[in-house]
Write a protein that binds this ligand. Structure first.
Ligand SMILES: *Cc1c(COP(=O)(O)O)cnc(C)c1O
Length: 234
């Protein structure tokens, strides 16, 4: 990719924000209810500076190692969120380099993150990643394990559960994404009522399925390609 200029990025970001606003209106929601998370994975650190300059709160990365390399190079103040699979042995680094971890999908990982956060005197915000599309190719806790996972998470004094995250299965059928997002919303409403916690954040929707996610109640869309162009690697 030839180097993306800030002006080009701004045009793309304005377009994405306009799509978010339009979909919110169609859904009878306020545009301020849906946050744009800029997914900067595989792109150089300066694009995180673009996101900050544009006024976004946070960027998303899917690998700990990449953030370890890039975050120190980023001169802007912006939050970093982990959206990709995390192995327990990287929990300490994840706590050090990320402001929130969206991909928490096991009790083992909860234990490691809680211990790592407590050791540095931090309260780590997290989302529980749920495999709401029942996709064998995706990480995430199975929906029937979600309640147990939440109970364990709520018992961890160094973790704060903000809500749920999901990734829709890749499919040519737009109904698959819609069903996945509706399912996550239902799981959230159910868990929130049973556990008596708000679980406000519903992180769902990417460049290709953002509208369906917003219609289903997404509060955070994770967008890479529509902001920064296609990636050469995953
Ligand atoms: C890469 C990635 C995204 C962004 O995908 P785009 O299609 O480029 O918008 C969103 N969520 C997760 C978990 C990702 O890994």
């Amino acid at each position: 990719m030839t180097q993306l200029s800030y002006e080009d990025f701004k045009v793309r970001a304005d377009t994405v924000q306009a799509q978010i606003a339009l979909t919110c209106i169609q859904a009878g929601r306020q545009p301020s209810e849906v946050e744009l998370l800029a997914v900067t994975k595989t792109h150089p650190a300066f694009v995180a500076e673009y996101a900050a300059l544009y006024g976004l709160r946070a960027v998303g990365e899917n690998r700990v190692q990449e953030a370890v390399g890039k975050r120190p190079q980023c001169r802007a103040t912006i939050a970093w969120e982990l959206i990709g699979h995390l192995q327990s042995n990287k929990a300490r680094q994840a706590v050090e380099y990320f402001d929130r971890v969206q991909s928490v999908d096991s009790e083992k990982l909860l234990n490691h993150l809680d211990r790592a956060a407590a050791a540095v005197g931090k309260i780590l915000p997290i989302l529980l990643q749920i495999n709401a599309g029942k996709d064998p190719a995706k990480f995430g806790a199975e929906p029937e394990d979600a309640e147990h996972l939440l109970t364990v998470a709520l018992g961890k004094s160094a973790l704060r559960v903000d809500g749920l995250m999901t990734i829709a299965p890749l499919s040519d059928d737009p109904d698959v994404a819609r069903r996945t997002f509706d399912n996550l919303r239902t799981i959230r409403d159910d868990l929130a009522a049973r556990a008596g916690v708000p679980l406000r954040e519903l992180s769902m929707g990417m460049s290709g399925d953002m509208a369906a996610a917003i219609m289903a109640g997404s509060t955070l869309v994770r967008v890479g390609t529509a902001l920064f162009g296609t990636r050469e690697t995953i």
